[in-house]
Ligand binder design. Sequence first.
Ligand SMILES: Nc1ncnc2c1ncn2[C@@H]1O[C@H](COP(=O)(O)OP(=O)(O)OP(=O)(O)O)[C@@H](O)[C@H]1O
Length: 314
Amino acid sequence: MSAVLQARALAKRFGGGRSLPFAPPRRAIHALRGVDLDLVASETLGIVGESGCGKSTLARLLAGLDSPSEGSVRAADGGDGRGGAVQYVFQDPAASLNPRLTVGRAIEAPLRHRLGLPAGERQRRLPELMDAVGLGPDALERYPHEFSGGQAQRIAIARALAAEPRTLVLDEPVSALDVSIQAQVLKLLRGLQDERGLAYVFITHDLSVVEAIADRIAVMYFGRVVEESPARAIFAAPRHPYTRLLLDSAPVPGRRLAGSRADAGELPDPANPPPGCAFASRCPRVQADCRERQPDLDAAGGGAHRAACFHPLA
Ligand SMILES: Nc1ncnc2c1ncn2[C@@H]1O[C@H](COP(=O)(O)OP(=O)(O)OP(=O)(O)O)[C@@H](O)[C@H]1O
């Protein structure tokens, strides 16, 4: 199957340069340090990793909200050049919806500006989009603050769908919701994927969420993907020692990974990445070569399961 989204050697640095012409150069933060991704239709790629590993930076580059320092993103659209091939859904739906616009006006904007649809066609599509996310047409006349968090996330999803994307980048889309509401929104996303063949990049701290929704998982550490495989294989038999640590430090369903950083040793300085594996300073399997060269993301045996490690777990 052909890719709907392809990223090659994506790198992003923040800062750097000089504040004044003769000032000493400031050191750039290396937020993303060479990421390759391929996504096909109807597939969900879960992206996990601790706070600060570069998940949101990657998401923004994939959705075209920010441009890479190096590398490229290619996104397939519907074939006619219209619409927004990749749409982004934020963690906080309230922040992505203009409080002064009715839901109808907010969702109409991409129909008008992205698709260039005439008024009659826009009015026909609005209730269809509400129906697709499980809301009635009356929602169109109301304002974002009148909705609960779960409903507001449904509205944000409807607005993303309005642009007729082939890929949705979902950045912690259920993290702010109660667990029972999370399950409903995940179910909605699965249904929309089945109906429309959408590809999802699903970013989360929460391993139980990613286990529930992802076909494939990419584990990020310090700006790189260190392991990637079909979801089941990552949980059953992780190859990278960092993935093992991540799984071991989140034994309770729903526990967020952010809290696990403290008990696991120090991260390298993002302004001065080490020449070898970034996990070497924390790794129980570290050897001399790990500190010298950076391991590539290589196939570990089966091909679909890849790990960037010289000494992977069996
Ligand atoms: N606009 C920015 N300016 C400077 N540094 C940034 C900027 N955005 C991100 N960073 C830095 O880049 C690195 C990656 O951040 P990013 O937000 O992508 O991580 P994350 O995995 O999404 O974290 P979280 O889960 O906490 O959102 C961090 O070191 C962060 O401090």
